[in-house]
Design a protein around this ligand. Structure first.
Ligand code: COA
Length: 562
């Protein structure tokens, strides 16, 4: 079928549906929901048999839904209506939630239902639920709805429901002196990603994100107790919580101590090392070991908000990795449990820096140092375990490991050009071509399209796509088997030999210097595209056009279907 995706942005859900529908042979094009007239034009040019709206912030114009069947993906169970579906479900501590695919009509979310899917509601951030459970349920429901639509016999059914209002800041309001930690955590979770919970810190209005439980710290309810790296701990009525990210009024979302540098005066509560703490606390880098028949696997995991890796985080992770290589293990597994594996350098901390060009330079060097440490590790086999999505430099950082195992359902964006024509580094010029060929590498970089886990393995970029159900368990089993394999020493020797041969052919330093020469032009050159693109990305400027590589109906050689 010819299917038009009408969406506010090409977010992870829209990308996933694009990949899944494309893999089933549908002809797809995308239009961003910018203005009714632009959407009408897209429909006129593409003449879709079906329009799917994965992520909209406004209603589809009547001129479109009257003439073209339009399916809306609503992140709520059947009968649920309104713009804050997930927020209410999380804040009301529902134990099960779902996604409904319904046909657009005059009344929002009230049209007949084509399909739905449900899932258990985890205690987690809204953004995490959206990228995991909601996305998986949406894929199931959309594919079923499309199949039913194509079959021509299914009659969508009406479900009685009630409109839930937009959740306002008054509904989310916090009182740190009277509310317990669980309630405040649920409220910040329900607003995570967007819009955050309005509060006032250091007498300044701000929005809070990225809350973590804390088991031990106590103090006068409402008072700020401590800091650790960039996170701040505040006392609640019955304990305390950490807050990792804050957006000051009129500002951008930043690590908490960068949003409020005055917080650096708070007492520091460092952790002793990288070992995973026994009780809940803020710990963005953790290490643990598992033993298998006398062999050991080290698991180095991190939870960096939104997968963004700042200069400081890259340096700390490099330090943790180097320390992990000194442990008596045979295999080191990197990542594995976070929402994102990595989205590359931290564009928000760069944007907020006194010199974004200098900070970009420091950040790309810090992430390259980490990639180099992984690439040159000669003491263990390394595995990147991608439980969550990865983008840009994050995709190549993973490829620096000897093996890359990726969860089925993970979405990858292994290209840089969307960020103002950025050339990219992280040794991609060394890592990508041998896997997919020079032409394949050029095509991936040029097309700037998302790739599913299965596609990444099929084209040779990554090594294994593992089922979603028990990804962490399967990674542990495979890593244990790798550590216990009889030819482990042979594998390690082969890896060291290959690295030496590659180094002799062309040193890593040469790849790095070539990539960084291009990046230096991106950061300091006369073309400001990267700085402009970063500003709009961080400021979340609304789109004013759909990029040509997505809006295929706007291709010059597009022939309007009869
Ligand atoms: N630095 C800072 N923040 C980042 C980031 C980065 N590198 N990558 C993603 N984010 C943030 C987004 O701003 C968004 O923030 P929010 O919590 O305020 O909504 C959040 O992470 C999720 O990103 P979003 O774009 O909504 O997720 P997605 O899954 O739809 O898309 C990507 C994923 C990777 C395609 C997209 O985020 C992206 O292009 N990121 C930039 C990658 C990049 O160019 N890195 C620099 C070069 S190495």
């Amino acid at each position: 079928m010819r299917i038009l995706l009408l969406t506010h942005s090409f977010n992870s859900l829209a990308q996933r549906l694009f990949c899944e529908l494309g893999a089933r042979g549908h002809q797809l094009s995308i239009e961003f929901d910018i203005a009714d007239s632009v959407s009408e034009e897209a429909v006129a040019l593409f003449k879709p048999e079906l329009l799917i709206a994965p992520f909209l912030k406004r209603a589809i114009p009547e001129t479109i839904w009257r003439t073209t069947p339009c399916l809306i993906v609503h992140p709520g169970i059947e009968g649920d209506r309104g713009p804050s579906a997930l927020d209410w479900a999380i804040q009301r501590e529902r134990t099960e939630w779902g996604v409904t695919v319904l046909q657009a009509e005059a009344e929002m979310d009230a049209g007949p239902v084509w399909a739905s899917a449900t899932f258990p509601l985890r205690l987690a951030k809204k953004s995490s639920l959206y990228r995991n459970e909601v996305t998986e349920a949406a894929v199931r429901a959309v594919l079923l709805a499309v199949e039913r639509f194509a079959g021509g016999e299914f009659v969508p059914y009406r479900v009685a429901g009630a409109e839930q209002p937009l959740m306002r800041q008054a509904d989310r309001a916090l009182d740190w002196t009277t509310m317990g930690s669980a309630e405040i955590l649920a409220r910040i979770n329900a607003a995570d990603g967007f819009p955050g919970v309005a509060d006032a810190w250091f007498g300044t209005p701000c929005h809070l994100f990225d809350a973590w439980p804390e088991a031990h710290l106590r103090g006068t309810p409402g008072s700020l107790l401590a800091r650790r790296e960039h996170a701040l701990c505040r006392a609640t009525a019955d304990g305390s919580l950490w807050v990792g990210h804050i957006k000051r009024a009129g500002g951008i979302k930043l690590p908490a101590t960068q949003a409020f540098p005055e917080a650096l005066a708070l007492p520091e509560q460092p952790l002793a090392g990288w070992w995973q703490a026994d009780d809940p606390t803020w710990q963005d880098i953790t290490y643990r070991e598992e033993n298998h028949h006398g062999r050991s696997v080290g698991f180095l995991d991190w939870r960096f908000y939104n997968g963004a890796m700042s200069t400081a985080q890259c340096r700390r992770l490099s330090e943790a990795f180097r320390w992990a290589t000194t442990r008596p293990t045979q295999v080191i597994v990197l990542g594995g449990d976070g929402d994102f594996w990595s989205n590359g350098i931290h564009l928000n901390t760069i944007e907020a820096a006194a010199s974004p060009a200098d900070e970009s330079w420091a950040n790309i060097n810090a992430i390259d140092d980490l990639a180099e440490a992984i690439l040159t590790c000669s003491t263990q086999l390394t595995v990147a375990a991608l439980a969550g999505n990865a983008g840009a430099g994050g995709c190549f950082l993973a490829r620096a490991c000897d093996q890359v195992w990726v969860r089925d359902g993970v979405l990858l964006n292994p290209h840089y050009k969307n960020m103002g024509n950025l050339f990219g580094s992280e040794f991609w010029t060394y890592l990508l071509p041998p896997r997919v060929g020079a032409d394949g590498a050029a095509a991936i970089m040029r097309h700037r399209l998302p790739m599913t886990a299965a596609e990444a393995v099929a084209c040779g970029f990554y090594d294994a796509c593992l089922a979603s159900a028990d990804f962490t368990g399967e990674v542990a089993r495979r890593a244990g088997a790798l550590a216990a394999s009889p030819d482990l020493h042979g594998q390690l020797a082969a890896k060291v030999e290959k690295r030496a041969a590659d180094e002799a052919a062309k040193p890593l330093a040469a790849y790095r210097a070539e990539e960084l020469a291009e990046m230096q032009r991106n950061f300091y050159g006369f073309d400001p595209s990267y700085h402009v693109a970063r500003y709009h990305f961080v400021a979340k400027s609304p789109h004013s056009w759909t990029p040509r590589h997505l809006a295929r109906h706007r291709d010059l050689d597009w022939i309007v279907p009869a």
